[in-house]
Design a binder for this molecule. Sequence first.
Ligand code: FAD
Length: 561
Amino acid sequence: MGNWLVNHWFSAAVIAAWLGINIFLFTYYFLFFDRDERYFYTREILGSALAWARASAKCLNFNSMLILLPVCRNLLSFLRGTCSCCRRTLRKQLDHNLTFHKLVAYTLALFTAVHTIAHLFNLERYNRSQQATDGSLAAVVSKLHLQSNKWLNPIHSNRTTPEYMAFTTIPGLTGVIITLALILMVTSSTEFIRRNYFEVFWYTHHLFIIYFAGLVIHGIAGLVRGQTEESMEEAHPRHCAQYLTDKDCRHRCCKETEFGSIPAESWKWVLAPVLLYIFERILRVWRARQKVVVTKVIMHPSRVLELQMQKKGFHMEVGQYIFVNCPTVSLLEWHPFTLTSAPEEDYFSIHIRAAGDWTESVIDTFQQQKPEMPRIEVDGPFGTASEDVFQYEVAMLVGAGIGVTPFASILKSIWYKFQHADQALKTKKIYFYWLCRDTGAFAWFNDLLASLEQKMAESGKADFLTYRLFLTGWDTSIANNAALNFDTATDTVTGLRHKTIFGRPMWNTEFSAVATAHPRSVVGVFLCGPEALAKSLQKSCHQHSSLDPRKVQFYFNKENF
Ligand SMILES: Cc1cc2nc3c(=O)[nH]c(=O)nc-3n(C[C@H](O)[C@H](O)[C@H](O)COP(=O)(O)OP(=O)(O)OC[C@H]3O[C@@H](n4cnc5c(N)ncnc54)[C@H](O)[C@@H]3O)c2cc1C
């Protein structure tokens, strides 16, 4: 538990605050609509479904206000930049933006279900009270003021059905539309759809425009009503309710009860985040329109394309990523790629691995060597967890396959820092682990590792970087070759000084070794790789962090492709 807290206390606090506000809003407004005397007659018709519908509506507003914030990439980058002086725990939270976005989305789905079911009951009960001829209080108040605007029951005729109300009134129709939009967005965001049909997920997610437009106008018709303040003073339900069902005394004993709508308020909740998001999108379009010059195109083994580019005013930090659009391939699709260049270089670069139709087409387009270089548009850079590597004294960098890209940038930057004898470098030791399925992949960054190895040895800091390359897929010819050349100075697979290890890393052994070598350090563990690997690294971080804050602590940071 103690170890878990080292890595998660701030996330837990944020979730607890968010959950607390949801519980507070729901409970407070449930009790309010269940007890407030202005809704005495409304409750007479609707029963507790009124409180269920209104309390869930408040939580829907609150969560709709939050849902866009975690996907404002520029806002997050800005916060990350301005928080650079803050504790890394705070900055680390910004990497959980998508987890929080999903959590809020599922909560929206839950409250939408509660709200919709409650309103289905409400429609049925409004209809039943309108049709009732039994002289009950619900039936009497349902028939008040049908010719003026002071009515309580929105169903004014015996011929109106709940279905008619659901599809012809503003709240009914917008309710149906935004519920459908939400269902489509949530169902198309499953891991399966995102991994296999990303475009379906991406385009469907833009139904959020309809969702917010519908939400803003959903309440403007004000169909759910309560007694007006003036009417409460003149005909308080505590005194007058009993006379309403009394035909002889009804008009004599009390003034006529009048009703008014609850003002629409969703727009007040969502206006600021929607404006922020619109600004974010305009900024993206503006930035994307600035000219990008592709200065070099390199084709690496295993169908990996490296693009080196320049753009006026482009500034990057290590480990950041950009969104790339290639209009020749698709006008609308933007794909994220981590920068593999160092901030010290006069260009920025990305490595694109063929993963699907878009990346395949981009690689083919650049391989065709047309007289004119295909155009590239770039949005970004945006921050990720890897930016924080230099905040730690000791860092463990774990890259799987193409997940090595953020670390390439970091390692290059270190190379430059060593060249310029940068005294401000806080990091004292880096452990770099790279797991690859095939040997071709190692060729991407061999040159970089080889020159780093040489530079560190020359500057007497050979110990600064320990790297371990793991080959997780191999055939007998590779294994035999390695066995035959076991005692050569360089590795047969990579040509580097460190020998390639066949198989997967034993994380417990690796973490124990790091903990023993740095018993009083704060170690940043950075992963760019699959979820399964993230789980085992996270577990190792918990297991090997000491409960004593003066002793070794492992902080886990993850970037997912
Ligand atoms: C922050 C980040 C950094 C990345 N850095 C690199 C990198 O340096 N090098 C590299 O080769 N790959 C990187 N990727 C992955 C790269 O974005 C996808 O491989 C690429 O978008 C695949 O597109 P596709 O249409 O060819 O393949 P598809 O078959 O459409 O998708 C293959 C996989 O990529 C994901 N994907 C597809 N489109 C997008 C998108 N627009 N945004 C996010 N994910 C998408 C899908 O979920 C799927 O799992 C990165 C991804 C992220 C999120």
